[in-house]
Design a protein around this ligand. Sequence first.
Ligand code: GRF
Length: 197
Amino acid sequence: MLSLAVLVSGGGTNLQAIMDAIASGYLEHTKIDLVFSNNKNAYALERAKNAGIPTLALSPNDFASREEFEAAMLHALEKVNPDIIVLAGFLVKIPKKMVETFEHKIINIHPSLIPSFCGRGYYGLKVHEAALERGVKLTGATVHFVDEDMDTGPILIQKAVEVKEDDTPKSLQERVMKEAEWIILPEAIKKLEKERA
Ligand code: GRF
């Protein structure tokens, strides 16, 4: 059985895609043991609670320092000790110590074809604004392993999505989620299931 901890900050549509893939039997040897968020109001937490999945929300503002928040987050994850940590719309930079503790066990979904439109400052709608600004005809999503930098770890899976003439950042984001993110994230986990479960 592949044990996951899923880290979220927002709506949780990628978390939902994993939950749906487990429910449908596409991921038959995977379970989500914790959904963690830095944002107590993340709707992703509601999705997890509705499915009976344990949740934990720790806000950096609740700690005297960034280091204490990071230590609490790491401690919570070490207690669960998942096989894989999935960053699904998680907007916190992963501390070096966490990357080392869970070496080659952290994956991230990024809404572009890395190495385009990634790294510092490229998240959420900003990624799609940049793609439209550059005028690319194809964009998409990438699942990659997380290393100590931003969006730079080894790539696991990518899926391309056509950019349409009349796309807005919002319409492009929605298509990339629907036609790429929600497909390749469960696919990447299935690949890891085969290798590690
Ligand atoms: C998505 O665009 C994802 O690619 C990015 O964060 C956004 C929010 O995802 N990493 P979600 O709906 O919270 O899963």
